[in-house]
Design a protein around this ligand. Structure first.
Ligand code: SF4
Ligand code: SF4
Length: 155
C-alpha cells in the first residue's frame, strides 16, 4: 500500500533531470547578488582604517606603515559595510564562501614591494614638504619679529 502511494512520484522522477548539483566536482553557481566573501585590491588601500571602524564584528585590522590589511574570515558576517565605506573602492564582494578547514587564523594581505616603496617615497615627500612649510613659517615669524624690534627702536 505504502509503495503504491509513492510509485507515481518515483516513476515521474525517473524521467526528470536531477534537481541536485554535482558540487564540489562541478563549480557552484551563485545566485545574483550573492554576497560571498570580501576581497581587497591591497595595493590600492591607503590604510585609512575606515573599514576597521565601521566593521560591526571587529574582524578587520590595518597597519598603514607595514601596508597590511587583516581579516578574520570566521568572524565576518558579510554585511558589506566595509565595501560601502572604503573611500578607495578597493574592497569588494566576491562569489564563494569561506572554505572549511582547521586553520581559523586571520588572513593578512600585504602590499607589493613596489607599492610599499612608492608609499615610502610619498611619505618622505610629504614630510619634506611639511618641514619646508614649517621652516618658511618660522623664517617669516623671525622676520616679522626683527621688523617689530627695528620699528620699536626707531621710535
Ligand atoms: S563585511 Fe561586514 S563583518 Fe565583514 S569585514 Fe566587512 S564590515 Fe566587517
Ligand atoms: S577603508 Fe579601504 S582604503 Fe581604507 S583601510 Fe580599509 S580597505 Fe584600505
Amino acid at each position: 500500500m505504502g509503495i503504491m502511494k509513492y510509485a507515481p512520484s518515483a516513476l515521474a522522477n525517473m524521467f526528470k533531470p536531477p534537481v541536485t548539483t554535482k558540487y564540489p566536482a562541478e563549480p557552484a553557481e551563485y545566485p545574483e547578488r550573492s554576497r560571498g566573501h570580501i576581497e581587497i585590491e591591497i595595493d590600492e588601500c591607503i590604510g585609512c582604517g575606515l573599514c576597521v571602524r565601521c566593521c560591526p564584528c571587529g574582524t578587520l585590522s590595518v597597519d598603514k606603515l607595514k601596508g597590511t590589511w587583516t581579516i578574520d574570515r570566521f568572524d565576518c558576517i558579510a554585511c558589506g559595510y566595509c565595501v560601502e565605506k572604503c573611500p578607495k573602492k578597493c574592497l569588494y564582494m566576491k562569489d564563494g564562501y569561506q572554505e572549511p578547514g582547521d586553520d581559523k587564523s586571520p588572513i593578512t594581505y600585504t602590499k607589493s614591494p613596489e607599492q610599499l616603496a612608492k608609499d615610502e617615497e610619498q611619505r618622505k615627500a610629504l614630510a619634506a614638504k611639511a618641514a619646508a612649510a614649517k621652516a618658511a613659517a618660522e623664517a617669516k615669524a623671525k622676520e616679522a619679529a626683527a621688523a617689530k624690534v627695528a620699528e620699536d627702536n626707531a621710535k
